[in-house]
Each structure stands twice: as structure tokens, then as C-alpha cells.
Design a protein around this ligand. Structure first.
Ligand SMILES: OC[C@H]1O[C@H](O[C@H]2O[C@H](CO)[C@@H](O)[C@H](O)[C@H]2O)[C@H](O)[C@@H](O)[C@@H]1O
Length: 556
């Protein structure tokens, strides 16, 4: 049966660059090969001209081109990925902003924090004039404002990364740069109807964890810029609709026959991800049935939408990537973000004097809070579990809740609801969750591990990720409980020490860390990346919250 779920169409440019990617792998071999590099190239001439020359390159019987012919072709007809971007000096950057991290007293930590702050200059970009004038020649999308990239192979804006970039920029007092990022995300929302995974044409088929409202609220609480709130409002409403309609919405009826409306990840794509096309095709090469193949590709893209690509969390058989089933899972964290979105919209509407919308979204948040308690919360285990759906593509008809369908494996996402007010203000619940987090096995000497399963995927043991550390630590702090704050500080201190030790050893900030060894993280489909937007943001946010006294050892 053909897939009936929505699918975006692929542009001719992407199809061509995918062919180039395949040829490059066949010709140059797997050593140092990064599939994304080729899809990030731009054309120096119109596509028909470039494609015609490419098709006429001499090929051997197995279809490969000689390395020198391929390199000659690339040099003449294609632009290197970074040529799409201009390195720009952020106008609101100063080497030591007034009021910067007042609680950081330790000289070595302060010096390092200033170096991390200075990294915003290395990661600041705008799109080149050519991307704006001839968008058809580029996969990079023509964003209107300057932006901060994560770093290394991630040369474009990423959606959920931007939240922690913004939190760091706020600690760095770079308010205008932070606002520019939000304006860019609004542009994507207006143009595509949802905020893309990243600002490339190959990311149009999916979103990422939705945190626009959290970004706006964070900026508003530092700047009181109500103009920005008003500008963002239509995008916030559209985003809420995107996650609460169509294929993203699922109904679950509880034992009292009450219906709960929850959301899931579901990419509008059933082909290999263009940025990893060679990898996806190889993975799917043993699937002979056409529909099953499409379904596998959809699960892969939906997992990328979750931001956790890849993890045993999404696999029916933990460790076996062929069993990805992300569209059959109601994720705790996604629904937590949407609850946060509803509360943020209500708060921001009130701040703009729009009491009708404020009330409407407060109501929506109450329904979702109830749904999260009913479907995800497990009193005995003291955490919130993802929920397995029956195998179906439409969530509209509804499914009956069965407690056995909670996925009781331990993931750090099981503690993300603590980030949001209705949960972190519930004293009894916080006490239970603090206890279960402490005994979960997730809190290690160098940080919080993503899961307890070593699958070789990057969103699993022993990797710890900056965004998760921040949400859990901030949730514990917001609870106001002394015990929770102690745990929060313990986690933040060990995470900062890990980041510092690796920086001292290698001179760079990493995308993720191995929290078993206190080293940089690995696994997954690309080599360890440095830069790094959200890592820097979380370090600065933690140092702002907890400071670093003179007499606290930093190690390294
Ligand atoms: O190229 C493979 C995948 O890379 C991205 O995912 C990872 O990096 C992102 C940027 O830091 C981050 O947002 C995500 O959580 C990481 O897993 C990209 O987002 C994926 O869509 C892409 O397939």
C-alpha cells in the first residue's frame, strides 16, 4: 500500500546534490566522507548547465568517475559549503560586558567563561548576497537577519539549538543578536507553515522540538521588548496549530473515558534524508517491500524531528536502528514543550493586553497538564514515561490507555516535565522525582547520561547533552526546594568541570560529552563536532545561575 501520509516534494537541486553525494562516496571512498558536505554545496551556474556537465563526465563500468575528474568538476561548477555564508561581527558583542557573570569569582573559570563568550564571534554568520539573489542555486535558505550557527558541519541555524544559544546570548548581554534569531525563525514559520529543523531546503519536511515561545519569553524577561512579543505572536499561534492538528495529534482515552489530546513527531517525508542520503539508503538496502522502505525512511526523518537522532528510545528493539518507530510513540518531552508553549503564549498574551488569548491558552495548558499526568506519569517509578501507540498512521480515532504501554526504560527525557511550572511547583511531586532521578543511574560523575543503553547511537549512554542538562537543572532550581537545588548544583558543577577539562585539553567546546569518562562524546553517524552553540549557551547560563567561588576546584 502506498503511504497516505503527507510528503513534501524534493527540489531538483536536492536530487542533483544527492547524486553528487553518491558519486563522491563511490569515487573518494568512505574515509573522511561526510554526506552533508555535498548537499551543502551551491551551484556556480544554473542547474541544467551543471547537471549536463556532471552527466557527461567519463564513467567506468561501475558508474564511478575518476577522482581528478570529480575534483575538477567540483572546483569549477560548485561552491564550497561555507561560501554561502558571511562571517559577521555581532554589533552587540564586547569582550567583557558590564554585569557579566557576577558570581564567577574564580580567576581561571572567569578567564574561560570570557573565552566561551568570545566564541559568539566565531559562530556569527549572515547569508551571502548570492543566497539572497539566486536562492535556486543554494540549499541554504535566505534568512533575513544575522544568526549563530552550532559550528563545524552545522553551518546553518538549527531550531531547538537556538533556545540555548539565546540563553547564552542573554548571559552575554547580546540582546540584539538574540532577537535576530527569533526574527529568522518567524520568517521560516511564515514561509513554510512550521519552523524547520534547520535553515536548509532539505529540512523543510520536518520541524524540531518547538521552543520558539520559550525563546521569546526568555528574551522578554531580560528586555521587556513587547514589540518583539507582538511580532512573534502570529507565528506562536501557527506553531501551536501545527503541533495540534493533522498527523501530529493523537487522542488517547483514559479509563474514565476522558479524551486526552497529545502530540507526536511525524516528518512529512518518506525518502532518505538528503543530508544523509547515502547512509539511509545503505540502512534500508535490505528492505525489499516499497511501502516498508518508505515507512522506514519516515521513521528516520521523524526521529531527526525529535532532535534525538538517534537513540534506543525510538527503537522497538533497543539497539536495532531498523526497528525505529518514532511515529508510534507519544514523547514526554515534546508534550512538555507544548505545555510550556501554552503557558508562554498565555503569559505573553497577558503582557500584550490580550486577555482572551491568555485565558484560552491557560485552559489549553490545563488540559495538557492533565493529559501528561494521565498518560505519562508513573507514580510508582516517580517519573514520566513515553507512551507506545498502537500501530496506526492516523491518531484521530483515538486509542484506549493501557499502563503497560508506558515505555519504562530509563531516559533523561523522563525527567524533562520538571522544567515546566505546574510540575516544578508541586512540592510532593518534586520530592518524588528528585528521589527517582538520584537513583535512576542517569546521574554520573561527569554529568547526566542520556540513557542506560549503549547502542552506539549518539543520543544514548554514555553521552550527555547540553540541552537536557539545562532543562533538568533549571527545573530543579525553579522548584524552590533546597534538596532539588543541591542536586541541580551538583549536576551543573560536574557538567561545567567536564566542559572545562575537555576545553583545556583540546581548546574547543564540543557538541556533547561522554559523561562516564568526562571526555568529548562520540557515536552516531558523524564525527564529534565542535563550536558549539548550545554547549556554550548552557555553560554561560549555568555560570550565571550558580557562579563559581574562588575556593571551588575546577579541575582540568
Ligand atoms: O546530519 C544528521 C542530523 O544532524 C542534526 O542532528 C544533530 O545536530 C543538530 C544540530 O546541533 C541537533 O539539533 C540535533 O539534536 C542533533 O541530533 C540534524 O538536526 C538532523 O536533522 C540531521 O539529520
Amino acid at each position: 500500500a502506498p503511504s497516505t501520509s503527507p510528503v513534501y516534494s524534493k527540489t531538483p537541486l536536492l536530487s542533483f546534490l544527492e547524486r553528487l553525494q553518491e558519486t563522491a562516496l563511490a569515487t573518494l571512498g568512505p574515509k573522511d566522507f561526510d554526506a552533508k558536505f555535498y548537499i551543502d554545496m551551491s551551484l556556480r551556474f544554473p542547474l541544467p548547465v551543471v547537471e549536463n556537465v556532471f552527466d557527461c563526465l567519463p564513467r567506468s563500468a561501475d558508474g564511478t568517475v575518476s577522482p581528478s575528474d570529480l575534483e575538477g568538476f567540483i572546483a569549477k561548477y560548485l561552491g564550497a559549503p561555507e561560501e554561502d555564508l558571511v562571517v559577521v561581527e555581532p554589533p552587540d558583542y564586547v569582550p567583557e560586558p558590564e554585569g557579566f557573570l557576577p558570581k564567577v569569582k574564580h580567576p581561571a573559570v572567569r578567564a574561560w567563561a570570557l573565552q566561551v563568550h568570545a566564541l559568539w564571534r566565531n559562530l556569527s554568520r549572515a547569508v551571502s548576497g548570492s543566497v539572497r539573489d539566486q536562492p535556486d542555486l543554494h540549499t541554504l535558505l535566505p534568512l533575513p537577519e544575522r544568526f549563530i550557527i552550532p559550528g563545524s558541519r552545522f553551518r546553518e541555524v538549527y531550531y531547538w539549538d537556538s533556545y540555548w544559544v539565546i540563553r547564552g546570548l542573554l548571559a552575554s548581554k547580546m540582546y540584539e543578536t538574540a532577537k535576530g534569531i527569533v526574527i529568522n525563525l518567524i520568517y521560516l514559520m511564515e514561509k513554510y507553515g512550521h519552523i524547520l529543523n534547520g535553515a536548509r531546503s532539505y529540512y523543510t519536511n520536518r520541524s524540531q522540538p518547538p521552543l520558539l515561545s520559550a525563546m521569546v519569553r526568555a528574551i522578554y524577561s531580560c528586555t521587556h521588548d513587547i514589540g518583539l512579543v507582538q511580532k512573534t505572536f502570529p507565528a506562536l499561534l501557527k506553531e501551536h496549530e501545527f503541533w495540534n492538528s493533522g498527523i501530529h495529534q493523537v487522542v488517547v482515552h483514559d479509563a474514565q473515558a476522558e479524551s486526552h489530546y497529545l502530540s507526536r513527531y511525524y516528518a512529512m517525508w518518506d525518502k532518505p534524508r538528503p543530508e544523509s542520503s547515502t547512509i539511509d539508503k545503505k540502512l534500508a538496502s535490505n528492505i525489499t517491500d516499497g511501502y516498508e522502505k518508505q515507512q522506514f525512511y519516515r521513521e528516520v526523518a521523524s526521529t531527526a524531528e525529535s532532535g534525538w537522532d538517534f537513540s534506543s528510545r525510538w527503537m522497538r528493539k533497543p539497539g536495532d536502528i531498523m526497528t525505529l518507530a518514532t511515529t508510534s510513540i507519544l514523547p514526554v518531552d515534546l508534550n512538555t514543550y507544548i505545555l510550556g508553549m501554552e503557558l508562554d503564549i498565555s503569559f505573553l498574551a497577558k503582557a500584550s493586553g490580550n486577555h482572551g488569548i491568555a485565558d484560552q491558552f491557560l485552559e489549553a495548558s490545563k488540559a495538557r497538564e492533565k493529559a501528561i499526568r494521565a498518560i505519562f506519569w508513573n507514580e510508582k517509578e516517580g517519573q514520566w514515561f513515553d507512551y507506545w501507540l498502537d500501530n496506526c498512521s492516523s491518531g484521530k480515532e483515538g486509542q484506549n490507555f493501557e499502563s503497560g504501554k508506558q515505555n519504562q526504560a530509563v531516559f533523561c527525557s523522563n525527567f524533562i516535565p520538571l522544567w515546566i511550572e505546574p510540575f516544578n511547583s508541586d512540592e510532593k511531586l518534586v520530592e518524588t522525582v528528585v528521589g527517582s532521578l538520584r537513583s535512576s543511574g542517569l546521574v554520573l560523575d561527569a554529568g547526566i547520561t542520556t540513557s542506560l543503553t549503549n547502542s552506539g547511537q549518539q543520543w544514548d549512554f554514555p553521552n550527555g547533552w547540553p540541552p537536557v542538562h539545562h532543562m533538568i537543572v533549571e527545573g530543579l532550581v525553579l522548584s524552590g526546594s533546597d534538596e532539588a537545588r543541591l542536586l541541580a548544583e551538583q549536576i551543573a558543577v560536574s557538567w561545567i568541570r567536564t566542559n572545562y577539562a575537555v576545553y583545556k585539553k583540546m581548546g574547543v567546546m564540543h557538541e556533547k560529552y561522554d559523561v562516564k569518562c568526562g571526555d568529548y562524546g562520540g557515536g552516531g553517524e558523524y564525527v564529534p563536532q565542535t563550536g558549539f552553540g548550545w554547549t556554550n549557551g548552557v555553560v554561560l547560563a549555568f555560570l550565571e545561575e550558580f557562579g563559581w567561588p574562588h575556593d571551588r576546584d575546577i579541575g582540568g
